[in-house]
Design a protein around this ligand. Structure first.
Ligand code: PEP
Ligand code: MN
Length: 255
C-alpha cells in the first residue's frame, strides 16, 4: 500500500488547537432535544455537533435510532447554530441519506469497522465525495483491521480521515465499559503519524464520572480531539443515559 497522503479534517472555522471537540447526544430523539442540546453546546463554543440517527444495538428491542426523519433536525442545527453536524453511517443507504441531508462529517462505528464488507461498501458509496470520515476502532483490539478501514476509504479517494479511539470490548467489565488499551491508539499514531486521533471517553468509560479523567489522559497522550456524548437531559436519554453529560458539565470538563 502506497503511503497515504492525508488532507486536513479541519473544516473552515474549526480551530486547529487541541482538543478539537465533537459533542452531542448519543442519539437524535426529537427535534426539541436535538435543537436544545445543540444550541446549548454552541453557546459554549462547540463547533461540531454529533447525533446518531441509526443506532447499532447489541440486542433487538432497544432504541434503534430515529432514522431519516431526524436528518432535517440536523439541517436545522446547521441553520440555527452554524455548527457542523456529524453522524454515524453503517451502510451505503446511510451514506446517501446523510449526504443528501448535508451532513458535514461522517463516522463509522466500532461494530461496522470490524466488517470489511461494510467498510468497503461505505468507501465505494463515498467515491468522488470530499468529506471528512472518522473511523472508530473495531470492538476487538485489532489494529490491522482499524488500519485496513483507513486503507479502504483512502483507496476510494477519501483523504480527510481521522480515527476515534472508543475502547475495546471485554467480557469482564470492571471499571470501563470498553477497555482503553492506550497502547493501541499510540501504535496507530506511530504507524500513521498524520492521522488525527480523537478519544471518545463516553464509550470507553460508560459512566459520567469517568469522562473528565479520560479526557485528561487523552490530552496527556497527545491525542488531537475528543468526541463526547452530551444531552440536555442525560437521565432521560433513550440510549447510553449513564455516560451522557449536560452541555454545562461538558463545558466544566473542558475548561
Ligand atoms: C456512538 O457513538 O453512539 C456509538 C454507537 O459508538 P460505538 O460505535 O463506539 O459503539
Ligand atoms: Mn452512544
Amino acid at each position: 500500500m502506497e503511503e497515504m497522503k492525508l488532507e486536513s479534517i479541519l473544516l473552515p472555522g474549526i480551530d486547529p488547537q487541541r482538543p478539537i471537540v465533537i459533542a452531542g447526544p448519543c442519539s437524535a430523539e426529537s427535534e426539541e432535544q436535538v435543537l436544545e442540546t445543540a444550541k446549548n453546546l454552541a453557546s459554549k463554543g462547540i463547533k461540531i455537533f454529533r447525533a446518531g440517527i441509526w443506532k447499532p444495538r447489541t440486542k433487538p428491542g432497544g432504541f434503534e435510532g430515529i432514522g431519516v426523519i431526524g436528518l432535517p433536525w440536523l439541517k436545522k442545527v446547521k441553520e440555527e447554530t452554524g455548527m457542523y453536524v456529524a453522524t454515524e453511517v453503517a451502510n451505503k443507504d446511510h451514506v446517501f441519506e446523510a449526504l443528501k441531508a448535508g451532513v458535514d462529517i461522517l463516522w463509522i462505528g466500532a461494530r461496522t469497522t470490524v466488517n470489511p464488507f461494510a467498510v468497503q461498501e461505505i468507501a465505494d458509496a463515498l467515491r468522488g465525495v470530499d468529506i471528512p470520515v472518522l473511523v472508530k476502532n473495531p470492538v476487538n483490539p485489532d489494529l490491522e483491521l482499524w488500519i485496513g478501514a483507513f486503507q479502504r476509504l483512502y483507496g476510494a479517494g477519501i483523504k480527510r480521515l481521522g480515527a476515534i479511539h472508543r475502547g475495546f470490548s471485554s467480557y469482564d467489565k470492571k471499571i470501563y465499559r470498553n477497555l482503553p488499551l492506550w497502547h493501541i491508539p499510540i501504535e496507530l499514531r506511530r504507524r500513521m503519524p498524520n492521522l488525527p486521533i480523537f478519544c471518545d471517553p463516553s464509550h470507553i468509560g460508560g459512566k459520567r464520572e469517568l469522562i473528565a479523567p479520560l479526557c485528561q489522559q487523552a490530552m496527556d497522550l497527545s491525542l488531537d480531539g475528543l468526541m463526547i456524548e452530551s444531552h440536555c437531559n442525560p437521565d432521560a436519554a433513550w440510549s447510553d443515559a449513564a455516560q451522557q453529560i449536560t452541555p454545562d458539565v461538558l463545558d466544566y470538563v473542558l475548561n
